[in-house]
Write a protein that binds this ligand. Structure first.
Ligand code: SAM
Length: 230
């Protein structure tokens, strides 16, 4: 499917009853049921079979249960063990799980804790028909994963969780607001931001200086709040 066709699919799905903000049961750090249902509908309607996930958990289980093949990149061994324990043997056979620590990376002059992907992982990312960015757990750090996903995109749908957080919304709007990139938002629960980079899409604009200064401040604040390295 082209980005335009996926945009049309999203236009029909995000007006359903599920696609409104809900205050359902707290699922902690994981995606709540309503969001998983919407993602499953997108997967079905867009014919997605091959998914790459930044992070793992309930979404991994849901995507495997929907019949997809999943590559999940996770920094937390204990979280991954929990995810694996939730899967059937058949589901595990369709999961390629990578446990890799977050490290300090820079994107457009701002620091993030994120992943540096090796060649095999980048190939998996490029081949994915859907990329779900729901990690690192500190949502502002996902800007780096999104920039890598757009740069290496093979035309798949990229979905960012926590689009309801102003910082996340701003970096999604900036990175997706390029001619040739389809983008849509859903206000469902945490908020989802969808995008497909077209073959001829240009490079994203640079971040404003004030946003870069905020990213530096967030980096140091996240370090003091999360010494375990989120
Ligand atoms: C926001 S969670 C969601 C992952 C997945 N998409 C899901 O639906 O479950 C993203 C990451 O947060 C981390 N995480 C999960 N629970 C956590 C907790 N209680 N404290 C800190 N990090 C946590 C895990 O490493 C996970 O990959």
């Amino acid at each position: 499917m082209t980005g335009e066709q996926i945009g049309q699919v999203l236009d029909t799905l995000v007006v359903t009853d599920d696609a409104v903000p809900v205050s359902g049961a707290d699922s902690g750090f994981a995606l709540p049921d309503a969001m998983l249902r919407l993602l499953n509908r997108v997967v079905e309607a867009a014919g997605v079979r091959n998914v790459f996930e930044f992070g793992s958990g309930r979404s991994t289980k849901a995507l495997l249960a929907a019949g997809c093949t999943v590559t999940a990149l996770e920094h937390s061994q204990s979280w991954l063990v929990q995810t694996l324990a939730s899967l059937t043997a058949e589901e595990r056979s369709r999961l390629h799980a990578i446990c890799q620590p977050l490290e300090l990376v820079f994107y457009q002059g701002a620091p993030f804790r994120s992943w540096v992907l090796d060649g095999d992982t980048l190939q998996r990312l490029s081949a994915a028909e859907m990329v779900l960015i729901d990690a690192p757990a500190f949502p502002p750090f996902r800007e780096h994963a999104l920039s890598v996903s757009l740069r290496h995109s093979g035309g798949g749908l990229i979905v960012v969780d926590d689009g309801g957080i102003p910082t996340v919304r701003r970096f999604c709007a900036r990175l997706a607001g390029v001619a040739g990139t389809m983008h849509r938002e859903s206000p469902i629960d945490h908020g989802l931001y969808f995008m497909v980079r077209g073959a001829g899409a240009g490079s994203p604009p640079r971040r404003r200086l004030v946003e870069t200064a905020k990213a530096w401040r967030r980096y140091f604040m996240a370090g003091s709040m999360c010494p375990t390295g989120l």
